[in-house]
Unconditional design. Structure first.
Length: 76
């Protein structure tokens, strides 16, 4: 075991401006713009901005559910 704890931090700059906070775990992300890739939260929830409305979907990250469905956010 290591003598000292190791903390891993993101190489991304801190979130500035409008932010989205995951309702489940409280992690903070830059607010997604329409047409941008969705937010993938570490707790397993995905958030996508569809024309100004946030859509949510849950995707278990542990076996056997590692491969996402063909369309996480169906049109409509």
């Amino acid at each position: 075991m290591a003598d000292t704890a190791v903390t891993y931090t993101s190489s991304l700059p801190p979130v500035e401006g409008r932010a989205y906070v995951c309702k489940r775990c409280g992690r903070r992300y830059a607010y997604p713009k329409p047409g941008e890739r969705p937010i993938r939260c570490e707790c397993g929830w995905w958030y996508e901005n569809r024309g100004g409305s946030l859509k949510e979907a849950y995707w278990q990250r542990i076996e056997p559910y590692r491969v996402p469905p063909a369309t996480l956010f169906p049109a409509g």
